[in-house]
Structure formats: C-alpha cells, structure tokens
Design a protein around this ligand. Structure first.
Ligand code: UD1
Ligand code: UDP
Length: 371
C-alpha cells in the first residue's frame, strides 16, 4: 500500500509525526512524506524531535503570502508528485490551507483521502478564519474521517457524512506529547532551565502564544496589553514565543519588546515547548493544539478567542474562553494567579482528547482497507 502524507505547518507536523512513525513501521506500507513548505523554520523544528525526514518539499513559503497564492501553489505542486508516485491514499491533517488544497489535489487525481482530526467545528465559517471552512471543505472530499472525539463525530454526522466512514480515534497530539515526554524524560526540565535560567526564579510562569488571523485586527494587541499589565507583578514571568508572521511579530514586539519580566523568544522546538508548558502556572493562547495539550499536562488555559472548535476542554473545566478584551483577560488571569482553589480546579481535570493510541487506531483502519 502506498500512502502519501501531505503536511504544511507546525501543528500538522507535530500531529502527523506519530502516525508517520507508526505507518513506516509496517512492512506492507510505503509512506512518502510531502511538506508543502507553507511553514519553513517552524515546520523543521516541529518535525525534528520525531526523527522523520521528508521525501518531497514544495518549499512554498513566501513572506506574507496571500492565501489564494498558497492554495493555488499547493494544488499545482502536488499534481506532479501525485502523478509520479500514484499513491493509494493521501493523508491530511487538520484545517490549514495546505490541508484543504492537498485534499482537493488528491480528489482531482482520483486518490482517496484520509482526514486526521476531522469534525472539529465552531459552526461559524468566519471563526477561525479560514480554518473552519478548510475543515468543512476537506470533509466533503475525505473518504476516511478520523474524528478525535465523539463531539467531532456528531458534527460530521450532522453534515450527512456516512457513519461507516467516521472513526473516533482520539487526537494524535496526545500520541505526540507522550512520545516527547517519554523520549526526553527528566532531561526535558533540565534542558529548558538551562536555556531559560529565569525559569528557576521563584516566580509563576505565564506562557503565551498568539497568531490567529481573526486576532490580527486588534485582538493580538489587546492580548499583549493584558500581558504587559500582568508583568507589572513581580511574582510572575511571561514567556512568549513569537510567531514570525509579519502581521503578528511587529505588534507583539512593539507592545512587549522592552517590558521587564516579559521574555519574547523565537518559536520553540517541540521538545522545548512541551517542557515550557510543563513549567507553566497558566497558559494564555489562541492556539488550537495548545488547547488540547494543556489539559493533558494539567495546566489551566485561557483561550483568547470568541469561539472554539475544542469545546471538550471548556466542558471538562480545563480551559476558559476569554476573548480578547484586555480587562477580561486580566480578571481571569488574576484569579488563576491568586486563587489557589480556582487554579487547582482547572489543573486537575481529565484530558478529553485521547489516550495516546490514536495513531494505532488510524493505522489499523487504513491497513484493513481493501485496495
Ligand atoms: C497557519 C495556518 C493556521 C495554523 C498556523 C499554525 C492557514 C491559513 N493558516 O497560520 O491554520 O493555525 O499556521 O501555526 O493555513 N512564517 C515564517 N516562517 C515560518 C512560518 C511562517 O516566516 O516557518 C511567516 C511567513 O511570512 C508567512 C506568514 O508567517 O507568510 C504566515 O504564515 P501562514 O502559514 O500563511 O499563516 P499562519 O498564521 O502561520
Ligand atoms: N508549539 C511549539 N513551539 C512553539 C509554540 C507552539 O512547538 O513555540 C506547538 C504546540 O505545542 C502545539 C502546536 O505547536 O503542538 C500548535 O501550533 P500553533 O499554535 O502554531 O497552531 P494551531 O494549533 O493553532 O493550528
């Protein structure tokens, strides 16, 4: 069986890595890995810890590239690769423009598509934008829908996806986290403290990320204003790995660049970021993946968005949707910094996104498929 895995960005690399490793361990499967190159450095540092090499790289990243150009370039670039290797299956993950364009390219080439992390929905095509539409469109193309949770399965059923095409597997991000934690063990903490000596201070760590497109019209600035105010407290450090997007980086640097106790750093590799999440008292983020990882690690997470496609984390009490209003972010953060019980209640929930066996389940479905 020939499988072509297509991934473009940091979260796709992290979440597909365990499945690629799994499939490459099967003697009856040949796996080719194609990076679209939507992300460059962030993709490389995400994949590296899993010791996986790409077979093709379309190398498509251009500074501030419009979505239409990227989407068209993925379609065109994949056509040649699909013609060359004629896979039985194309696997895509998540909701990026690479995900959607790759599934459409496979459809045009007559190749069946497996969609990993299928069925996440906010119900609003504009939030997150354009990801909600990317996932809906990918669902229209996909043959196999690997839903991480029962909620995701219900969303797909509500869109008339055939029940026998939907498989609830858990999210492969938990497989990835477990791989990182077990392959680095105790070394993880030591390495991150060597890299960031301030982590050894007797202060609480607030870890933050910001990158969503719908937060680029003022939302990111309001989040940064909240972080600047929080950093006035002498009992916390703020660590923010800055997304290189030219619509984000200058905003973050202008507001937080010279703020005491705020540490702006380059994007961290996955080993470093997992180690940092483990050290955090609180995470403030608009990331999708971090909303899944934080509950597993027992770190409360404030989600700086109006809507989430990961309602499971909110439902178990591990995450709160706080939007991007500066005062509200401050109110919720102070509570989690000062009220031990409130913090404990969020930190001690269960993890709703999987048990570390998602890749094994997905591989089993694919291997049992008649050609
Ligand atoms: C993309 C995805 C988003 C996902 C995010 C993960 C789309 C439309 N967006 O958003 O769903 O949550 O990745 O991080 O698919 N850049 C670099 N180096 C890199 C990566 C990006 O310099 O390694 C810069 C480039 O100027 C690039 C810009 O960031 O043009 C934006 O990258 P892009 O992939 O379009 O959007 P993201 O915000 O990263
Ligand atoms: N991440 C990372 N380094 C960082 C920030 C995030 O490795 O500096 C990881 C994080 O653990 C998660 C993934 O990147 O697995 C999330 O990526 P991102 O927030 O860019 O995208 P999203 O999940 O929102 O699509």
């Amino acid at each position: 069986m020939d499988i072509l895995v297509v991934i473009g960005t940091r979260p796709e690399a992290i979440k597909m890595a365990p499945l690629i490793r799994r499939l490459r361990g099967e003697s009856s499967v040949r796996v080719n890995l194609c990076a679209t190159g939507q992300h460059r450095e962030m993709f490389a540092t995400a994949l590296e810890p899993f010791e996986i090499e790409t077979d093709f790289n379309l190398d498509l990243m251009r500074e501030a590239q419009p979505l239409a150009d990227l989407t068209a370039a993925v379609l065109r670039g994949l056509q040649g690769i699909l013609d060359e290797i004629r896979p039985d299956i194309v696997l895509v993950q998540g909701d990026t423009s690479s995900t959607f364009a790759a599934s459409l390219a496979a459809f045009y080439a007559g190749v069946r598509v497996g969609h990993v992390e299928a069925g996440l929905r906010t119900g609003d095509p504009l939030a997150p934008w354009p990801e909600e539409l990317n996932r809906r469109l990918t669902a229209q193309v996909a043959h196999w829908h690997f839903a991480p949770t029962e909620t995701a399965r219900s969303n797909l059923l509500a869109e008339s996806i055939a029940p026998n095409r939907i498989f609830v597997t858990g999210n492969t991000v938990i497989d990835a986290l477990e791989w990182i934690l077990s392959s680095m063990g105790d070394q993880l903490r030591e390495n991150i403290r060597n890299r960031f000596p301030f982590l050894a201070d007797d202060k609480k760590l607030l870890l933050a990320t910001v990158h969503r497109r719908e937060n680029q019209r003022g939302g990111a600035a309001r989040v940064c204003a909240a972080l600047r105010t929080l950093a006035r407290r002498e009992d916390i450090n703020v660590l923010l790995p800055v997304h290189p997007n030219p619509a984000i980086k200058p905003v973050v640097e202008e507001i937080l660049g010279s703020t005491p106790r705020v540490h702006l750093v380059e994007p961290l590799d996955y080993f470093e970021f997992v180690a940092t999440m483990n050290e955090a008292h609180l995470i403030v983020t608009d990331s999708g993946g971090v909303q899944e990882e934080a509950p597993y690690l027992g770190v409360p997470v404030l989600v700086t968005r109006e809507k989430t496609e990961r309602p499971e984390a909110v439902a178990v009490g591990a995450a709160r949707l706080v939007g991007t209003d500066t005062a509200e972010i401050l109110r919720q953060s102070y509570m989690l910094l000062d009220d031990r019980d409130a913090h404990e209640a969020m930190a001690s929930t269960s993890s709703p996104f999987g048990d570390g066996l998602a890749s094994a389940r997905i591989a089993k479905v694919l291997l049992n498929t008649p050609r």
